[in-house]
Write a protein that binds this ligand. Sequence first.
Ligand code: PAZ
Length: 308
Amino acid sequence: MEQEAQSFFDSAPPLRCRDDVVASVNRFLDIWKAASAIGQTRRIAIVTSGGTTVPLERRCVRVIDNFSSGSRGAASTEYFLASDYAVIFLHRRGSMQPFCRSLPDNPIQECLEPVDGSIRAREKWFDAVTRAVTGHHSAVLQKKLLKLEFTTLFEYLQILEIVGAAMKPVGRHAMFYFAAAVSDFYVPWNSMMEHKIQSDDGSMTMQLAPVPKMLGLLRKHWAPEAFCVSFKLETDVDILLKKARSSLCKYGMHAVVANELETRKNKVVVVTRKVEMVLEKGDCPDIELPLVNCLVARQTMYLQQQQA
Ligand code: PAZ
């Protein structure tokens, strides 16, 4: 498994923003280290969000994409921040952002209007705009939120490796929360066509390779002490829990959140080695509130086990 992961990284196109990512992650961690040194150790959640694309050509015209909107990751980020976590929000470019969930699709033109030579929020959208601006501003000002962007699977996994390895010193105070929908199959860079695939020949067949599983590397090498939560999405409820239980053991996760496509906004099951908890939205504003609360409590238990 490790060899497959290594050859994925060796053959991936170099990450263009690598130096910037490394520098911003290091800056974020320096703040965490300085606070820890004076006894104010904060937990850090690494929230992955949105779907990865799989390019079909090197000079990319076409991709394989998936349905994920990034809503789960954006909402969860808000709740982790509210629970006093610092958050690294590793998200798909253009996907849903924290504090912006109540805005319409075209927020600038729909929410704002020109008045007497300046711009102001329309009354109908005033509360949503205020929340979006102040929520984000306050998290950034307190240096509690770092946003990192990906589009392709190659970018996602390379950034994850940087962040994962950087989290080692954070130990049990780090929580990985893998809500992103990561492609299961891809076209390896070294077997990918350079130019746009031609349609002149009629139908075509393409061979996709399985994406190497990186969770094992995270648990074994990058950040072995971190609290790790992965997600399992299925459309067939009959296999959902079985698959979630199996990935709990296979990758050494502390919890797996099982969700079904149609009901994912109202119900999830948190699967751990000892218990399985069904969480429902009920009267909460969204399902991510009870979900994040539950996982924060599980991480507290995990931290207490170390002290015992
Ligand atoms: O991004 P979103 O809010 O539309 O959907 C969230 C989700 C279903 C992608 C997430 O809860 C999830 O299950 N992620 C892992 C998917 C998987 O690879 O099984």
